[in-house]
Design a protein around this ligand. Structure first.
Ligand code: BG6
Length: 477
């Protein structure tokens, strides 16, 4: 038993993204997007970094997003399982290319709009609030080929049209919005975060910071439109979170840990506080980087800040200035980090740190003084189906229980948290590796890394555990 309850109306649920769940990649007029060109296997990582040789799926490669877990056709069954667990919220993303197949079309694709209408209706029928991310790592491919994606200012206007289309269409159904998933990811995986493809001789970092500025202005315009069109909605930013610890108490390590955190914070600093912080201006100057801005950009950023801070938390990071320590690097969710000797790692090398969750919640709330929304957290692990068809995922329950306990502690610390949507409540394909066997779900999906399987859904042990958490509003962890 925990010694407190979670706030009344706390939004318990799960989170998925279009390209990792839907499939139906060309169904009813959808255009190709960046994620449709990310195969599983050795070529994937290089592509995520922005080194792409072809703008078409290649013969002989397997692209997991093309079918994913077929949520496109099975969403009713999946939503009824979420409802059975008692979900109050489902975070999902809209695929831009279902709505505007090329990204710059004159008119939206009605079939794409209708698809999400049907999903929202199904959710609302079960009293599940949709929490919608407008861009979760996918950009219509045509925009990459024609304009160079977010390196080009043109994308701001196209994203604005897209966002206004969504707000007008779904204003009665969706009250929680987010603009860009893990906006800081564009500095680490530029193709994933911003559809950036680099050519020989490109000044990559310059392009990344310019693209980031374009996303920030687009995000401010979306906030403005959302507030005008749906005054009772809340719209947030989304950070790939996780506090960075200094490896020792040497002041150089403290400084480095602070700098590492600020590298990520700067984007949501702009989204939440409305201006570029001094440390970024200094960084740009010292690295001879210039962000081209147009008249009016600064006012837009200042006047249209987000209502809440959405973030993902998978683990903490550590920073050191000692060359010997720097030899031990772990992968962590894309952010290379020094190995923390006090923590264990997941099977994929991501540090597991429940206490860091409380620390991260406090750090974000201290910094922004706006409600937080935990929109991703969970353990990617390999599951085994027994001969009786059961999945005993006690390791997942253990991970989640410890993290929820620390989130409860953060709430006791005074942090305002709107809800918690764990990542991949049903197994979906991994973003970094494209694998199916890296599973986060309460619901097992029978499909393997090669795309084979019946797609049958099976409730895991954690399904029943999470159902009880929600039923008791976290009183029984
Ligand atoms: C976050 C992303 O970075 O981490 C998700 O927003 C992603 O899209 C999640 O799936 C977990 O990462 P992975 O690589 O295990 O799928």
């Amino acid at each position: 038993m925990t010694k407190y309850r979670f706030p009344e109306g706390f939004l318990w649920g799960g989170a998925i993204a279009a390209h990792q769940a839907e499939g139906g990649y060309l169904e009813k007029g959808k255009g190709l997007t960046t994620v449709d060109l990310m195969p599983i296997g050795p070529k994937r990582w290089n592509i995520l970094l922005g080194n792409l040789s072809s703008f078409k799926p290649e013969e002989g490669e397997f692209y997991p997003s093309h079918e994913a877990i077929d949520f496109y056709h099975r969403y009713k069954e999946d939503i009824s399982l979420f409802a059975e667990m008692g979900f109050k919220a489902l975070r999902l993303s809209i695929s831009w290319a279902r709505i505007f197949p090329n990204g710059d079309d004159e008119q939206p694709n009605e079939a794409g709009l209708q698809f999400y209408d049907d999903i929202f209706d199904e959710l609302l029928k079960h009293d599940i609030q949709p929490v919608v991310t407008m861009a979760h790592f996918d950009v219509p491919l045509h925009l990459v080929e024609k304009y160079g994606s977010w390196r080009n200012r043109k994308l701001i206007e196209l994203f604005e049209t897209y966002s206004i289309t969504l707000f007008n269409r779904y204003k009665d159904k969706v009250k929680y919005w987010m603009t860009f998933n893990e906006i800081n990811m564009l500095l680490h995986m530029p193709f994933v975060g911003a559809g950036l493809v680099f050519q020989e001789g490109d000044n990559k970092i310059q392009i990344q910071y310019q693209a980031a500025h374009h996303q920030l202005v687009a995000s401010a315009l979306a906030v403005k439109a959302c507030h005008e069109i749906i005054p009772d909605a809340r719209i947030g930013c989304m950070l790939a979170g996780g506090a960075t610890y200094p490896y020792t108490c040497h002041p150089d390590d403290i400084q480095k840990a602070m700098d590492k955190d600020r590298e990520s914070f700067f984007l949501i600093d702009v989204q939440s506080r409305g201006e570029y912080p001094g440390f970024v201006k200094r960084f740009l100057k010292e690295n001879n980087l210039t962000i081209e801005m147009e008249a009016g950009d600064k006012e837009l950023l200042k006047n249209h800040t987000v209502d809440y801070i959405g973030f993902s938390y998978y683990g903490s990071r550590a920073a050191s200035t000692d060359p010997e320590v720097l030899k031990q690097i772990t992968s962590g969710n894309v952010f290379a980090s020094v190995e923390n000797p006090y923590l264990e790692n997941s099977e994929w090398g991501w540090p597991i740190d429940a206490k860091g969750f409380r620390i991260t919640c406090n750090q974000l709330y201290d910094r922004y003084q706006k409600p937080l929304f935990v929109v991703e957290n969970g353990l990617g692990a390999m599951d085994v189906v027994t001969s009786e068809g059961k999945i005993h995922d006690d390791y997942r329950i253990d991970y989640l229980r410890k993290h929820l306990t620390e989130m409860g502690e953060a709430i006791q610390d005074g942090v305002e948290i709107l809800g918690y949507t764990s990542w991949g409540p049903i197994d979906i394909i991994s973003n970094t590796t494209g694998e199916m066997k890296k599973r986060y779900g309460y619901i097992y999906v029978d499909k393997d890394n090669e795309g084979k399987g019946t797609l049958k859904r099976i409730k895991k042990k954690s399904f029943h555990w999470y159902k009880n958490i929600i039923a008791t509003n976290g009183a029984v962890l």
